[in-house]
Every structure is written in structure tokens, then in C-alpha cells.
Design a protein around this ligand. Structure first.
Ligand SMILES: [Zn+2]
Length: 397
């Protein structure tokens, strides 16, 4: 099957092309050309999708997401992952890291094993596609826990938190057959620096978070290889002008990537602006931290195994925020609105940057001939106009 896309501009992850004409064959990008503006395709031509005011860009990569559409990734079944993936595809997300929460170690091992089978064989997820609806698939696993701080664990169940331990990490890494791409870790815990070196040597990116670390402890983990920070500001020791703590170091270490949940609930617009000024367009990463209630009405849900109450867009458990109901298309629109960032800088935050940080640039974050045709059309304010995944238009589920 052949589809042609036209738009005002195309951003391929590094540069712009005016008047793009993208040809998709059998779900892959067959050509990306600039057409003379006099040769507009007829809007009625079959197999042609015209977005005359839009910018085409790579589909979004979410490196921190627990679930959506009523399901949690820790269910680790084809049904759960296909339901989550179908919903995400309609919101512009082409791929993601399935993110675990702290749970009993056996439960985490089981979830990781189940997820690994699905990451290795995405056709098991795709088999649940309804009416040819495209499905966003996981590219790897993000372990959020169990090596987190008791003081800053948020809703992560404290009874299952563990002290960093290389043997425990290796069990998780081996259960995932190496598919762990990212691990959140509190750098102040005993053994955290050693585990950061060990995990980094095995190709896992370490992200600092759920932490009450001081500045020196944070710098030690960065020197050992830590690559990013987990939901900057949330579940982190706040800034202090004499002891800058983890947050002061995260915001001022130029090489470090840093996630943010840009929903206007987890972080106020002014703090998103501060984060963007500090990290810049090359190191910021937008994530959702979404849980099963994303895309669902208010009500009672679960995150990992524990109950969460959702009302007015806020997911709460035991009086604290418990993940979000954010989608990346809203995060993009919000970051443009909150920071005034030009669209090409804002797009980097959920395409090129997460792909580069996790080393997944072959599969996400760019547009090149031969790749799966996973892309979005967005307007100048960053609002999603269309989501095309595996060459097919994703419509609302
Ligand atoms: Zn999370």
C-alpha cells in the first residue's frame, strides 16, 4: 500500500525541509522529497494526505510511562500492551519504554520477563490491532525502582524499596535479556555509585530521581555515568542556595538530560520555564509518567498494584500525586505555551533527545528513508493534527 503525505514543512530530527512530500510504502518511509510549491497534490487524490499548515515530525518517544487506557504495563500481556499502544498511537506516540513501579521483586521479575517477550516480538502486540489500527510498541524497559529513597519515594511502596545491589540488578537485567534501557536510582543510597558504573557498563542509562541527595552525592553518580534525571522537581530534594542538592546539580550539569512532566499539575509553568532555560533544547526530555487512567474518565484505578483515585486530571494515592494522565501531544502544546520555545526546539524534547539519551536513534526520534513511517503532523502552536504510525492514520479509540 502507498500513501503520500504533504505539509508545509518537515523536521526530520535535525533539520527542516520546506514543502515536503513523503512517500510511504508498506508502512515504511520510501522517499522524503521537497516538491515545487506549484505542484500541490490534489486533496481529493486517493492515498494522499495533505496538511498544508502543518509541520511533519517524528512520532514521539515516551521514556517514562506506566500505562494508559485502563491498563498497566506491568500486566505484561499482549492485550494490555495493545490497548495501551492503540491509545498512545492516537496521541502521536510511536514508541515508549514500558516503565515499572516498585513492587515485590518477584512481581517485577515476572513483569520484566513478560514485557521482554513482547518487546522482542512486537507482532504479538500487533496481532491485537482492531480494524488495522496502528499500535505504539515498547522499545525497552524503564525500571523505576526498587533502588529509590525512602524520603522521596512518592507513591512507590516503601516496603518494597531496596538498597542498590549489583546482584539484584543483574537478576532484573537478565530477566529482561538486556532490554532494560533506563533505570531510575537515588544516588545517595549506599552502593548507588557502584551500581551506576555497573549498569552503565551494561548499556543501561541511569536516571537520577526519587532522591534526597546532596550535591556531592549527585555529582558522584554523574561521574560514574548517570545520564539523566527522572521527572525533575518531583520526588526530589528542593533547591537550597547553600546546599544546591540534586536539583541544583541536575539543572546546572550541561551534559545531563532531564525529564519533566509538563502537565501544569506536577510542575507550574514558571518551573517548566526555569527547567527549559537550564537544560536547553538539547538536554530536556518531556515524559508523561502516565498511569492506567490516561485517556479514561475520572474514577478508581491502580498503578503497579496500588489503588489510585483520579479526579479533574489529578491522579492521587495516599495524598500524593501518583503518576499522571498526561499524553505527550498535550505536553508538547504545554511546553510551547509555558516556555515560548520555537516548535523545532520543543519537538526535540520528545523525539531526538529521548532517542539519543537511550541510544534508540535507529528506531525513534528521526525520519529517514527505510524507517517505519511513524510521524506526526503538528500546527505552529504544537497542537497535534494527525498521528501516522506504521504508515497508517491513527484515529481516536
Ligand atoms: Zn513514574
Amino acid at each position: 500500500m502507498r500513501t503520500i503525505l504533504t505539509a508545509k514543512r518537515l523536521w526530520n530530527g535535525t533539520s527542516f525541509l520546506e514543502n515536503p512530500e513523503v512517500t510511504i510504502e508498506d508502512g515504511r518511509l520510501a522517499s522524503i522529497l521537497s516538491r515545487p510549491s506549484s505542484q500541490d497534490s490534489s486533496p481529493t487524490e486517493s492515498g494522499v494526505l495533505n496538511y498544508p499548515e502543518a509541520t511533519l515530525a517524528p512520532a514521539f518517544l515516551d521514556v517514562h510511562i506506566h500505562g494508559a487506557a485502563g491498563h498497566d504495563v506491568m500486566e505484561a500481556t499482549p492485550e494490555a500492551l495493545s490497548t495501551i499502544g492503540r491509545f498512545l498511537a492516537t496521541r502521536g506516540t510511536g514508541s515508549f519504554l514500558a516503565t515499572t513501579v516498585t513492587a515485590p521483586l518477584d512481581a517485577t521479575l515476572r513483569a520484566v520477563e513478560g514485557l521482554t517477550k513482547l518487546i522482542e516480538k512486537p507482532e504479538l502486540i500487533q496481532a491485537h490491532s482492531k480494524n488495522g489500527q496502528p499500535i505504539a510498541c515498547p522499545l525497552g524497559i524503564h525500571l523505576e525502582g526498587p533502588f529509590l529513597s525512602h524520603e522521596k519515594c512518592g507513591v512507590q511502596p516503601p516496603e518494597h524499596l531496596l538498597v542498590p545491589d549489583i546482584a539484584t540488578f543483574d537478576r532484573l537485567f537478565e530477566a529482561a535479556e538486556g532490554r532494560v534501557r533506563l533505570m531510575t536510582l537515588a544516588p545517595e543510597l549506599p552502593g548507588a555509585v557502584e551500581l551506576t558504573s555497573h549498569a552503565t557498563a551494561r548499556g543501561v542509562r541511569v536516571s537520577l530521581g526519587h532522591s534526597n541527595a546532596n550535591a556531592a552525592q549527585t555529582r558522584a553518580a554523574i561521574n560514574a555515568g548517570a545520564a539523566s534525571a527522572t521527572h525533575t522537581f518531583n520526588a526530589m530534594r528542593p533547591l537550597d542556595h547553600r546546599e544546591p542538592g540534586i536539583l541544583g546539580v541536575v539543572l546546572t550539569t550541561e551534559s545531563l538530560y532531564a525529564e519533566i512532566i509538563c502537565d501544569g499539575i506536577h510542575t507550574a509553568p514558571e518551573m517548566v520555564k526555569l527547567w527549559f532555560r537550564a537544560k536547553g533544547p538539547a538536554r530536556g526530555i518531556l515524559v508523561t509518567d502516565a498511569m492506567s487512567a490516561a485517556g479514561m474518565p475520572d474514577g478508581e484505578y491502580t498503578l503497579g498494584g496500588f489503588p489510585v483515585h483520579v479526579a479533574n486530571g489529578k491522579a492521587m494515592a495516599r495524598g500524593v500525586l501518583a503518576g499522571s494522565v498526561l499524553t505527550l501531544d498535550r505536553a508538547l502544546k504545554n511546553v510551547v505555551e509555558f516556555t515560548g520555545a520555537p516548535l523545532e526546539q520543543a519537538l526535540r524534547l520528545l523525539t531526538a533527545n529521548p532517542a539519543t539519551m537511550t541510544g534508540l536513534t535507529a528506531d525513534a526520534g528521526s525520519l529517514a528513508v527505510g524507517q517505519l513511517a511513524n510521524l506526526v503532523a503538528v500546527d505552529p502552536k504544537g497542537r497535534l493534527i494527525a498521528s501516522i504510525q506504521s504508515g497508517r492514520l491513527a484515529t481516536a479509540v
